[in-house]
Design a protein around this ligand. Structure first.
Ligand code: ADP
Ligand code: MG
Length: 227
């Protein structure tokens, strides 16, 4: 099934919801952090000071995760840069290969030099990482993830991510990107939602082609800018 994803209303609602979640979770965390700091008196026993320090660090870490994962916000022009997608993708792929626990999964990378687009590099990275991670996870018994990036004749940046994994049936493809939709035991069901939202915010298009037992291919296309 090839499905063009362009459900603008759904993206808008999701974007607003996640913004609200991020805000609602951050507030109580900030309050707790404040009280922890108040508890930290100079004459406290060492181990208690240590507990407070650890708690504050953990709260800061959770805050980071929310920032990276849920703080999608509205696309603001101030964070946009002219990004070298080729370099960015090379880095994302290298990162994934470093942390890839499944030794049976190989990467085939075909990235054309000097593909440029306007985007927020961190968000672009996050959107691609989520898709690439799924590709790896779809092949528990190993296989190849093919990642390519090229500039099309009409100046678009086309990125493809193809795996040889378990694939999806049409119903599953349809549900991709819905919040908390996950078929994995420890999945969050947020990865694709985040990716779709980010890609959409860069005026990108994503399409999915998947067959059960054969694999999945994502094609992502962004408006490019000349090098
Ligand atoms: P999670 O990975 O935490 O489950 P995602 O939003 O990233 O959440 O993905 C949602 C679901 O979509 C996955 O649980 C999986 O069932 C399906 N999926 C996504 N990408 C692929 C893929 N490349 N191959 C097979 N299934 C996929
Ligand atoms: Mg995922």
């Amino acid at each position: 099934l090839r499905l063009e994803v362009q459900d603008t209303e759904r993206f808008r609602v999701i974007s607003e919801l996640t913004g609200v979640f991020a805000h609602e979770i951050r507030n109580p965390m900030q309050v707790s952090r404040g009280f922890l700091q108040l508890l930290d008196e100079p004459d406290l026993p060492h181990h208690q000071k240590e507990y407070i320090k650890l708690s504050i660090e953990e709260l800061d870490r959770a805050n980071e995760i929310i920032h990276d994962f849920l703080a999608l916000g509205k696309p603001s022009n101030s964070t946009y840069e002219t990004v070298n997608v080729s370099e960015q993708l090379e880095r994302t792929a290298a990162l994934l290969q470093t942390f890839n626990v499944n030794q049976q999964v190989e990467f085939k990378i075909d990235i054309q030099d000097d593909c440029w687009m306007r985007s927020d590099p961190q968000k672009l990275n996050q959107s691609m990482l989520n898709i690439l991670k799924n590709a790896v996870e779809s092949m528990p018994d190993g296989g190849t993830v093919s990642l390519s990036c090229h500039q099309t004749a009409d100046g678009h940046i086309r990125i493809t991510v193809k795996d040889q994994g378990i694939g999806m049936n049409p119903k599953q493809v349809q549900r991709l990107g819905s919040p908390y939709y996950s078929l994995k035991e420890k999945g969050t069901g947020l990865g694709m939602m985040v990716s779709y939202q980010i890609i959409h915010s860069f005026n990108g298009k994503i399409s999915v082609d998947s067959e059960e037992g054969v694999g999945t291919e994502f094609v992502i296309e962004f408006p490019g800018v000349g090098a």
